[in-house]
Design a protein around this ligand. Sequence first.
Ligand code: HSE
Length: 414
Amino acid sequence: MNKELSIGLIGFGCVGSGLYEVLNKSGLIQAKISKIVVKDRYKRRSIKQENFSYDVNDILEDETINVVVELIDDSEQAFEMVKRALASGKDVVSANKKMIAEHLDELLELANSNNVSFLYEGAVAGSIPILRNLEEYYNNDSLTSLQGIVNGTTNFILTQSNYGIGYADALAQAQELGFAESNPTLDVDGYDSKYKLSILLKHAFGLTVDPKELFNLGIRHISPHAVAYAKEKGYRIKLFSRAEKLGDKVVGFVAPHFVKSDHFAYSVNDEFNAVILEGLFSDQQLFVGKGAGSHPTASAVLSDISALKFDYKYEYRKVDADSDLKFSNDFFVKVYIESKYIEAINEVPFYHIDELFQSDQVNYQTGWVKFSELKTFDFNHREDLSLVILPEVLKETINTEKVANRPLLETLYN
Ligand code: HSE
């Protein structure tokens, strides 16, 4: 079947205008943008004002429109519009990761009961076709782990830090290039990465994990000392969304990681994203591509639109495949914790300490911590504490008791 597509486009920002260009200029697929609805009547845009209307009902109530492409910023407004579109029998393509992460099950139910498609490849890792690969290639239970740089803005900022460019300047540049969210806190504090991780958990392991349950630490407090530590050890710092099977559970979180030079993500720079999958039999596979920006994200939306011509739907085969699989925060991880204040480091319970460094400028400690305890710290808002995950594998258990680290550090200091 090769369905005629008449598209109602909601939103004409960075990705919406990019889609207009790639769809209309490329002529690659036969699909017509019939109407474009935007919110702000007075904003200057790349095409004439007569192309726009300002009432979403113009799309949602138009029976000749059979596809709604939702590309707006506000996730709650988007949710209402997408629900109405699905309920009225229209296929929907969206790139709204927050909306999808927070409401996926409800939207799927609605899509299923109305026998329409709900596709969102552009919501995760921009131009990389990761959801389609998880759906089609990994349509069984053999996937064991995924690790991804899925936020272009933070990868861009981290890359700039290697050239000595400061955080504020790099963020301003990422905003100018159209990579950052309109509220860049979502990028730099790891929220965007965790919405994407929540979606990945569904397609990779069949798990619904509320983003509120997922730990997210961004890059705001990565200090020049951590960058220097990375250089000294031959590491780079990357913000990973990470999930893996550990025993009979799945664990996952978002945090900055030190990566070694032989890691697949080591040379993935700027706004490029990377997803590394590991399967029982395939070993590691690396997917790389631009993860943010107008045309790269629009290319994923375009691919979803073209899949609608053949009534493509995600099948979520892993959702029932292994119903015993549960999400858990119960594991150990090796970390680097740094602070100007020893007392701040001592708040974090360690089970094994590998390195201690103290000076009047900075203190840091590396070693093993219990993730469920680490998760109780709001590191994004702790200007006195900075955390980076070390390259060692995650462990289900370790053989040591909690370390009484406070006296040890004080002794060394005095
Ligand atoms: N702000 C997002 C990023 C846009 O930087 O990756 C793409 O989802």
